[in-house]
Design a protein around this ligand. Structure first.
Ligand code: LRH
Ligand code: MN
Length: 429
C-alpha cells in the first residue's frame, strides 16, 4: 500500500535519472582506482536497514516544554502510517520499534497485518517502567526492577512479561529494557544491593524469553537520576548480561555516555565478547540530547560503523547487531528528520564499506599511524550520495526523499485529518 503517489516518485526520479547515472558511473571509476567494486558495495548497502522508533514520529520535547507540530500522530495506527511514508521514500527503514504502553492497541495481530501491508515489520519492543501510568498500583518514583519494595519490582517484571507477549504477537524477537532506576544523592541507594535486585528481576524476565528471542540491556550515565544509575555504563550492562546468559546483550545508545567517551572502543569490546545487542543511533553535544544521527559528529558515527564493518568483514562469531534510531524531534518535522537520519546512518555504513581493510591491517601491523588514519579519512571523505540515490531508486524510493515528501503535501493532509494537539507541559513525547 503506497501512501505517497508512486507516479510522483517516478516522475521525480525520472527527472534526475541522467545525473544519478553519470554520478554513479563516475563514483564507480573513482572506487575502481581504489580496488573497490561499487556493485559489491551497492549490493550490501541495499540490504542495510535501521529501525524507526515509534516514539520518534511525534514531536518530542524536553522537561521545559513540547511544541507539537501539525498533524501529530494520535495513536499507533497514525504512527505506523507515518513510518510507512518514511520507508516508502527512503527504503532503508523496514522495521519499527514500538514502546509500551505508549503504543498500546487492542489487536496486535491487526497491527501486524497493517504493518505488513505497508511493507513494515517490528524490531525490538521496549518496556516502560520509568513512568507511572494512570491507575498504576505502585509508583516507579524510586525505581522499578531494582526498587527496594518487592511489590514494585513484581509489577515491573509483570509489565515486561506483558511486553514480551505483545512482541510475540507482533513477530518481534527482542525486548529492550531501559530503566530510569538510580539515585540523586550520595548514600540514597546501596549500589550493590540495587544491582542485585535488578539482577533478580531481570532473571525472571530472561526466563520468560520465547525461543529465538534476545534481551537488550540499555545503559545510561544519567537522567532521570542525576547522581548514579543502576545500569550506568557498558561495564554494568556487560556484567548484568553476562550473569543473565547468552540471550542477554548490551544495547548502545550513542547519547548515553559522558562527553568524549570513546564509543567505538566500547563497541569493539562488546563485539569481541559477543555481547553487542545493537544501537540506538542519535547524536548529542552535551547530554542525552537525542539529536538527529550524524547531525553533530558524523565522523564519530562513521568510526562506530568502521568497527561494525570490520567485524562483519572478519566474520566475527555471533555478530548480529540490531540497528535502531532513538531520537527526539523538537524543532523539525519528525518524518523529515527520520528520513534524513536513516539516510545518514546508511551513508556512514556505506562509507565504512569503502575502507581498504587489507591496507589498514598492514598499516596497523607496521605502526604506520598516519597511513592508517588516512585510510579511514579517505573512506569518510568519499561522497557516496550517487550510490545511496541509486539504492533508493532501485528499491522504488525517491532519489531525494525529502523533496518528494515536501511536494506531496502529506503533512498538510495529516493536519486536516488529525486534530491539532495543544502545546502541553514538558515531556519527551
Ligand atoms: C532513554 C531512552 C530509552 C527509551 C527512551 C525513549 O533515554 O534512550 O531507549 O526507552 O529513551
Ligand atoms: Mn535509547
Amino acid at each position: 500500500m503506497s501512501i505517497i503517489e508512486s507516479a510522483a516518485i517516478e516522475a521525480h526520479n525520472e527527472g534526475l535519472a541522467r545525473y544519478i547515472r553519470n554520478d554513479y558511473e563516475h563514483l564507480g571509476e573513482q572506487l575502481a582506482r581504489r580496488n573497490i567494486d561499487i556493485e559489491r558495495v551497492r549490493e550490501r548497502v541495499a540490504r542495510f536497514g535501521v529501525a524507526i522508533p515509534s516514539w520518534g514520529v511525534g514531536t518530542g520535547g524536553t522537561r521545559f516544554a513540547r511544541f507539537p507540530g501539525p498533524g501529530e500522530p494520535r495513536d499507533v495506527w497514525d504512527k505506523l502510517q507515518d513510518c510507512a511514508v518514511i520507508h516508502q521514500l527512503g527504503r532503508t527503514t523496514p522495521t519499527v520499534s514500538l514502546h509500551l504502553p505508549w503504543d498500546t492497541c487492542n489487536d496486535w495481530r491487526e497491527l501486524r497485518q497493517k504493518a505488513a501491508d505497508c511493507g513494515l515489520a517490528f524490531d525490538a519492543v521496549n518496556s516502560n517502567s520509568f513512568s507511572d501510568q494512570p491507575g498504576q498500583r505502585h509508583s516507579y518514583k524510586f525505581g522499578s526492577l531494582s526498587h527496594t519494595d518487592a511489590a514494585v519490582r513484581e509489577q515491573a517484571v509483570e509489565h515486561n512479561l506483558a511486553v514480551i507477549e505483545a512482541g510475540r504477537e507482533l513477530g518481534s524477537t527482542a525486548l529492550t529494557v531501559w530503566v530510569g532506576d538510580g539515585s540523586n544523592f550520595p548514600g540514597q541507594q546501596h549500589f550493590r544491593r540495587a544491582f542485585d535486585r535488578y539482577l533478580d528481576s531481570t532473571r525472571r524476565i530472561y526466563a520468560a524469553l520465547p525461543e529465538g528471542w534476545r534481551m537488550f540491556l540499555e545503559h545510561k550515565i544519567c537522567e532521570p537520576a542525576f547522581y548514579a544509575t543502576v545500569i550506568q555504563d557498558w561495564g554494568s550492562s556487560f556484567l548484568a548480561a553476562s550473569v543473565l546468559g547468552e540471550k542477554a546483550q548490551c544495547l548502545v545508545d550513542l547519547g548515553h555516555h559522558a562527553p568524549n567517551v570513546n564509543i567505538e572502543l566500547i563497541v569493539a569490546r562488546l563485539i569481541a565478547a559477543g555481547k553487542l545487542a545493537g544501537f540506538h543511533f542519535n547524536d548529542s553535544k552535551y547530554g542525552d540530547d537525542d539529536l538527529d544521527a550524524g547531525s553533530v559528529s558524523p565522523y564519530r558515527l562513521f568510526l562506530v560503523f568502521n568497527e561494525l564493518v570490520a567485524a562483519e568483514h572478519e566474520r566475527v562469531a555471533g555478530f548480529d547487531p540490531a540497528y535502531m534510531l532513538d531520537q527526539s524531534h523538537n524543532v523539525t518535522d519528525p518524518i523529515e528528520s527520520l528520513i534524513s537520519s536513516a539516510a545518514q546512518v546508511q551513508r556512514s555504513f556505506a562509507q565504512a564499506l569503502l575502507v581498504d581493510r587489507e591496507a589498514l591491517d598492514a598499516a596497523q601491523q607496521a605502526n604506520d599511524a598516519l597511513a592508517a588514519t588516512q585510510l579511514l579519512k579517505d573512506a569518510f571523505q568519499t561522497d557516496v550520495t550517487p550510490l545511496l540515490q541509486r539504492v533508493r531508486v532501485d528499491a522504488g524510493g525517491a532519489a531525494d526523499p525529502i523533496a518528494v515528501y515536501r511536494a506531496s503535501g502529506y503533512r498538510q493532509r495529516a493536519a486536516q485529518e488529525r486534530p491539532a494537539r495543544s502545546a502541553g507541559g514538558g515531556g519527551i513525547v
